[in-house]
Design a protein around this ligand. Sequence first.
Ligand code: SF4
Length: 217
Amino acid sequence: MREARKRVGPKRARIRPVIERLAIAHQDAAIALTFRSPLELLVSVMLSAQTTDVNVNRVTATLFEKYRRPEDYLAVPQEELERDIFATGFFRQKARSLRGTMQMLLERFDGEVPRTLDELVQLPGVARKTANVVSSELGHPEGIVVDTHVRRLSQRLRLTRQDDPVKIERDLIRLVPREDWGRFPHLLIWHGRRVCIARMPRCEDCVLTDLCPSSRV
Ligand code: SF4
């Protein structure tokens, strides 16, 4: 591995070309959730825990016709909301979090979705990762979203030696230029889905082979 690292050079020198090449290769890289407002974004991200974006979009296509304002989530019995989000899994916990969040939006934030990470993590059931995705999509990235793809690719590209998402994020924040905090995770996620696949990375089709210590070609 030391040989490979020597071949590709230090990560500080590699990060910009990595971002630039991925941006060209994945020009469509963006969040895969469908939403029309900050509220729909927040709900979609909360529902996306432990399930796929495709599944969430399927559920929210009808959900968002029925629930348009924070008040709407509180106007029905909890069981009704649970039924409406059932297909996303963990529906009891998610319904509880959604109702708690809507309550707090109304009481503390005038019914609006706050923009900052500090405010977002106060919402019930909104962890740092959810808050990061929401603030980033709303144009105020304050951190870097680390999901399973970002974790795997950051490790394969040796941008971090850490395994814990919080520590990986800390490493990435030091390395990735601030203006790229929003798009960087999308680029890694799409590269991870299309090329640097978990079980079988397709190095022969990768634009990063000369910058990646894990390249097999
Ligand atoms: S060269 Fe291979 S391991 Fe490295 S990022 Fe590309 S696909 Fe992944």
